[in-house]
Write a new protein. Structure first.
Length: 457
């Protein structure tokens, strides 16, 4: 695989955090565009937590959540599978060497050309939830290994999905299983998705109960080789979230209803892996003082802060993913937080990131940090009004890199020294210092982190 500049990872020595890395990048005042700091170690840690808490459930990362090639490559190196929803996502995953059997084409309403492409590259496992989808698959990929997707909605979810996908497990699914048998199509399993960012853990138990009933029915109508259960997504991904409670529910339900270990169990986590690994940094480039009335009709001063990323960029998650973002200053402030709002850079009046919040007084040129920004942000971001989509600066702690480097074959060309994380958004590589002429840090500043550049293959 050809390594691009955006895939490079800087190995961090000593004490560091995404905040300290962000500060280092903007130090000197030359950085103007927004950017992400991606902590690869956060992805690795979450993978190991998943395997520890749910050893029977194989994670198949939902590519739609964040298709950053670096993230996808990291998860591939760790051994995850992938949930793809389109031809382009299948192309991305297979381009880094992922085998077709590690992919599920988990879109119940697929375009015919995408089914044909899936057949050509050997991605045989795919979902369906309707008669028309079965007819389409019969025409274009009759050898497909099919998974019927049922509907079982959580009582509360950040993004409900059942309104669009999933057949009723009692009234519709049995009829579709019978139709698939009549058409000579092989159904190998059941899938469900309780809703993205679910706030109810008990829903997994209900969905697994429905799945067990359909496994039994399928065997009676001609599908004797039922062997796959896909429990979908919905797992939390913020920095301080925990999957321990939901894992206990899932493990208990699997022990009760799918004690036969011949049934393979997979899941489709997206935000679980992506959200906390990405921290966004955006600069205040303009301010405006206005007056507004509070609930009692009293005039109050209010500051509008304009930053260089907005709802047409990373903060599309505010509109489409119902995310509640939090702005933090990257430098300590002693001033008391004041009422304010945060606005994106475009000329659209709807481009509002935070309509009402509190921040200490800021001036132009200062930076804000937004944590948990890796889920459903980058894939939807656009350069509307000519404002660039933030680039990703990836880092990993040297201890984590030491444990994983054998998974990523490297050559001498993947390593270099210097400090390329400072300066403008687009770095002129010819201007980067070599190891021999890297200047010593100024006595008036604490030593900058040491970066060793490397890359995934």
């Amino acid at each position: 695989m050809i390594v691009s500049e955006e895939q490079r990872i800087r190995v961090m020595e000593g004490d560091w955090s995404p905040l300290s890395v962000g500060r280092h990048i903007v130090d000197g005042g030359l950085q103007e565009d927004p950017f992400y700091v991606m902590d690869v170690g956060e992805v690795v840690a979450r993978y190991h937590t998943w395997r520890e808490l749910m050893p029977r459930v194989e994670p198949f990362y939902a590519v739609k959540c964040n298709d950053d090639k670096l993230l996808v490559s990291t998860l591939a190196a760790l051994g995850t599978g992938f949930d793809c929803a389109s031809k382009a996502e299948i192309e991305l995953v297979t381009s880094i060497g992922v085998r077709p059997e590690r992919i599920i084409f988990a879109n119940p309403a697929k375009m015919a050309s995408h089914i044909k492409y899936s057949a050509r590259v050997g991605v045989d496992t795919m979902t369906f939830d309707s008669e028309t989808e079965l007819m389409k698959i019969k025409q274009h990929m009759p050898r497909a290994q099919l998974v019927v997707r049922i509907r079982c909605d959580a009582a509360a979810a950040q993004c409900p999905l059942g309104i669009k996908f999933g057949c009723d497990p009692v009234t519709e699914a049995p009829r579709l299983l019978k139709l698939a048998a009549v058409l000579g199509l092989e159904v190998i399993g059941v899938s469900f998705h309780v809703g993205s960012g679910t706030q109810e853990t008990g829903v997994y138990l209900r969905a697994i109960q429905y799945s067990r009933a359909l496994f039994s029915l399928a065997a009676n109508v001609g599908h004797a080789n039922m062997r796959l259960l896909d429990i979908g997504g919905g797992f939390p991904g913020s920095l301080h979230s925990d999957i321990r409670e939901v894992s206990q529910v899932i493990n208990g339900a699997l022990d009760t209803y799918f004690s036969d270990r011949s049934v393979r169990v997979i899941a489709e986590p997206g935000r679980y892996f992506a959200a906390a690994a990405y921290t966004l940094f955006a600069m205040v480039h303009a301010t405006r003082e206005v007056s507004q009335k509070d609930e009692e009709g009293i005039e109050q001063s209010h500051t509008m802060y304009f930053i260089n990323d907005g709802v047409y960029g990373s903060f599309n998650c505010v509109l489409y993913d119902h995310q509640h973002v939090v702005a933090e200053t990257i430098e300590p402030k002693c001033e008391k937080p004041q009422p304010c709002s945060v606005w994106g850079p475009s000329c659209d009046g709807l481009d509002c990131v935070l309509p009402n919040t509190f921040l200490p007084p800021l001036i132009t040129g200062e930076w804000l940090m937004f944590r948990d920004m890796g889920a459903y942000t980058l894939p939807v971001a656009s350069a509307f009004n000519g404002f660039p989509v933030p680039k990703v600066r990836a880092v990993i702690d040297s201890s984590v890199w030491s444990a994983l480097k054998d998974l990523w074959p490297l050559s001498e060309s993947h390593f270099c020294r210097g400090d390329p994380m400072t300066g403008p958004q687009t770095v002129d590589q010819s201007m980067l210092p070599s190891l021999s002429d890297t200047p010593s840090p100024s006595p008036s500043h604490s030593p900058a982190p040491v970066f060793v550049e490397c890359a995934l293959k």
